[in-house]
Design a protein around this ligand. Structure first.
Ligand SMILES: C[S@@+](CC[C@H](N)C(=O)[O-])C[C@H]1O[C@@H](n2cnc3c(N)ncnc32)[C@H](O)[C@@H]1O
Ligand code: SF4
Ligand code: SF4
Length: 256
């Protein structure tokens, strides 16, 4: 399932009473949760609806060990504080291309503990029997994106066999968005207009280089509010404005 669809599904599951009861504080609001970690900005596909195509406006690289360890320190902080929820190893890129993907996933499980959900969204190209055997003990919720059915189909089979398939994702067709306006000239929006959970709940995204971004729809890092080396109390979220009109005011989600 895509980052965005995960948000959509979760919000649909929340009843409106819960939304109303949740306390709001003025902006900027503190980060409460490292919701996503972008392990790699490299990819083995070129999907036309993704900012990866034709060229991601950020360096294509794998997260270094130094950045990853600092990210885990930040996650530990939110775990201790009691505000860390699920963590998704997903960004703009294919996480399984990271040479240390399995080890990093295992360390993530250790830090978030046995109860919190560890989510992995993948295009499935590298999800073979060996990968499934390696990650199954971590009990990940794996969402497989159906960009290339002839390849993703095999990954779906293997993930099912090992009991780690959480769902498939075709949101780029059925619940599409234009990455907060940054791709408005080449993709469409059909995702529902719901309140933004990143801003509402203080979810943050750690980019591959260690910058902390406000949400997963930030293509070029315009929404960053600090880095994983900063004191957590200085990481504060607010609606952001990006290049060429991208940002919260162009987003299909509403600012809560
Ligand atoms: C950017 S990808 C990264 C993870 C992995 N490479 C993959 O494709 O699953 C994360 C998710 O975003 C979704 N996605 C990409 N472009 C989209 C769009 N324009 N609208 C909706 N979902 C999109 C993909 O389907 C995928 O599930
Ligand atoms: S596989 Fe994922 S990251 Fe790669 S181009 Fe497609 S949607 Fe983007
Ligand atoms: S662009 Fe703004 S409103 Fe949209 S998901 Fe990101 S933070 Fe939320």
């Amino acid at each position: 399932m895509s980052m965005q669809t995960e948000v959509n599904v979760k919000l649909n599951e929340l009843d409106s009473q819960q939304l109303i009861k949740k306390p709001f504080s003025p902006y900027p609001r503190p980060v409460r949760d490292v919701h996503q970690v972008e392990l790699s900005t490299r990819c083995n596909l070129r999907c036309h609806y993704c900012p990866h195509f034709p060229e991601l406006p950020r360096k294509k690289e794998d997260m270094t060990r130094e950045v990853f360890y600092a990210t885990l320190d930040l996650v530990r902080h939110y775990v201790r504080q009691g505000t860390q929820t699920e963590l998704s190893l997903t960004g703009i890129g294919e996480a399984m291309l990271h040479p240390d993907f399995v080890e990093f996933a295992a360390l993530t499980r250790e830090v978030i503990g046995p109860q919190r959900q560890l989510t992995i969204t993948t295009n499935g190209l590298l999800l073979d029997e060996a990968m499934a055997v390696a990650i199954a003990p971590l009990r990940p919720h794996v969402f497989i994106s159906l960009h290339r059915p002839e390849k993703a189909g095999l990954a779906v089979q293997v993930a099912k066999k090992h009991g780690i398939l959480a769902g498939v994702n075709e949101s780029f067709v059925t619940s599409a968005f234009d990455w907060a306006g940054s791709m408005k000239d080449r993709w469409f929006v059909s995702a529902p207009r719901i309140p933004c959970e990143y801003l509402r709940s203080g979810w943050a995204v750690v980019l591959v280089d260690g910058r902390v971004a406000t949400c997963c729809l930030d293509v070029d890092g315009s929404s960053t509010v600090g880095t994983v080396w900063d004191k957590p109390e200085t990481l504060m979220l607010k609606p952001w404005v990006g290049e060429k009109g991208a940002g919260c005011s162009s987003c299909h989600m509403s600012v809560p």
